[in-house]
Design a protein around this ligand. Sequence first.
Ligand SMILES: [Zn+2]
Length: 467
Amino acid sequence: MTTPAQPLDCDVLITRATVLTMDDERRILEDGAVAVHGQRIVAVGPSDELKARFNPVRAIDASGRVVAPGFIDSHIHSSRHVVGGRPYQRAPRAHLLSKGGQVEAFVAELSAMHAVHADSELVHDATMALLISQIRGGTTAFLDAGGWNVDGVGAAVQEIGMRATLSPVACDLTPLPASPDTFPQRIHDADTLLAEMDAQVQRWHGAADGRIQSFASGVWSLNASDELLRGLASIARARGTGMHLHLAGVANEAAVSRRWFGLESIPRLAALDVLGPHFVAMHTYFSSDEDIRLLAESGAAVNQAPIGSALVGRGLGAARSLPRQRAAGIPIGLGSDLGGVAVTMFDVIRSALTVYRDGAQDDLALGVEEALWMATRGSARCLLRGNDLGAIAPGFLADLIILDVSGARYAVQPHPIPALGLLASPGDVETVIVDGQVLLDRGVLTTIDEERAIATARQAVRRFLAT
Ligand SMILES: [Zn+2]
């Protein structure tokens, strides 16, 4: 007769849940359980089996609930939450990015925007409101696609407990206002920018027990010189981290890149040896077959941001890049590309389904399960964590969400894939765990005083607008 094994210690044991794993087999477990110890998931299986195997510090009965990997927004501009908080304008400037885009004007605006000064305290205080809204929306990690004052963003992330990849961004060119057709003028010294970038990456990469990463990134290929682009890729490779750029996001970009640099954006990056598995291409809606071949061969990942891009009329659905990129085997993540407007990944997933299906005039253009995969596994790959983030599987980082699906809207559609992809809203997110730590506990934020943080954020934005 064998004696039963002693139960193993674990920090959190969630039982009686419907577990949407998003693992390699895309398993869904009914009456499932997840055991978490330290930063990682240690076991996934039937409730009765895991209850017998583990002796948890904290047991969570998740009857009537879905447990899923936390969403990952792999294209956010967190500190734009400050400068994006400008007063509502009834008649904003039209057609900057629609109708093919006014590329020269937009490059000039982006280059100028990066000279805006926002101090660490201001960015910390304002970003906190965005992070609260993201956690409440089931987002556990994000890739910052650039903004102001990475130190302020990093401090807010560290305090609230989310996972983030920070990206200070660099640009050294802007078009000549009098003659936008000619090669752009230099506004910064590339070596100085690269030295600052390397220092920032070293300061943040691996911070908070590895919860925070830092990429070496530019803004757009059009406002970066060859030496800046090569230097950023060298830092990413030397420091074992990533790099991203906004690319092929409007139809007119290709012609401007040819005029200024003699090559379209993605072939130019390939010629400069900037592409590789460390590289994340933001947008790429207007990528040619040659672009897609170069991205796929290099092992780069892509982020598509349907809601942020469709709102400004870029035409990404009609460009139909998504099915071609998927067919080429490029890993694709989803993001919001919105900092000032705190949308959640529920909005991003639904906008992906509507934009890509409508643009292709094909309701099979993107499946709900595939959209959820892009918002978890695909985005994890954009954070260079394709092998240990974005799924509920042993050895993966314990970033997960528990949703209450006992309400009326789930009565007719209880399957977890349509429930999460089509029906759920932030109000259903009950508990959020990041890196093994419970950040939202049955609706209450555990790491910060939420009311005070929101009031402080409001004051910070007012202070910035008054300057
Ligand atoms: Zn962006």
